[in-house]
Write a protein that binds this ligand. Structure first.
Ligand code: DQA
Length: 145
């Protein structure tokens, strides 16, 4: 089985970007943890990051064809992108939305995510470990438990 982990804008800066909000774990470390988590369970985890909205749309579409499920941190595009929401709605594999921070406890413009209504589930507020929680949730869903 193949799972995609897709990260949006500014998440390439994790580790040095507002560490009081997002923690000190880098994206390379998160990706490595996700791949290792998968390898221990016989799952291939493929990780992507882009600052460009269309790249995220492309990877969600590709995940719909090549993956069994997708973990998606759309970052700021979660709050703005109808195109990303439409891509999530278009694929038939489950998509789990992730945010490192608890966006509901932050500025009002972060309270609305276009993705939540079309995602299979949502993990937020657990920092970098949220990606593993989301992968575990995806695996549980795929096993039909
Ligand atoms: C984020 C929350 C978003 O509001 C923000 O724009 C991000 C990161 C998170 O993981 O907490 O870039 O998605």
């Amino acid at each position: 089985n193949v799972l995609f982990v897709v990260n949006g804008p500014n998440l390439n800066l994790l580790g040095r970007r507002e560490p009081s909000v997002y923690g000190t774990t880098t994206l390379d470390e998160i990706d490595g943890n996700c791949r290792a988590w998968g390898a221990e369970r016989g799952l291939e985890v493929r990780c992507f990051q882009s600052n460009h909205e269309g790249d995220l749309v492309d990877w969600v579409q590709r995940g719909g064809d090549e993956a069994d499920g997708i973990v998606l941190n759309g970052a700021a595009y979660s709050h703005t992108s109808v195109a990303l929401r439409d891509a999530v709605a278009a694929v038939s594999v489950p998509v789990i939305e992730v945010h490192l921070s608890n966006t509901a406890a932050r500025e009002a413009f972060r309270h609305e995510s276009h993705l939540t209504a079309v995602a299979a589930g949502l993990v937020m507020g657990f920092g970098a470990s949220g990606y593993i929680l989301a992968l575990q949730g995806l695996k549980t869903l795929l096993e039909g438990k």
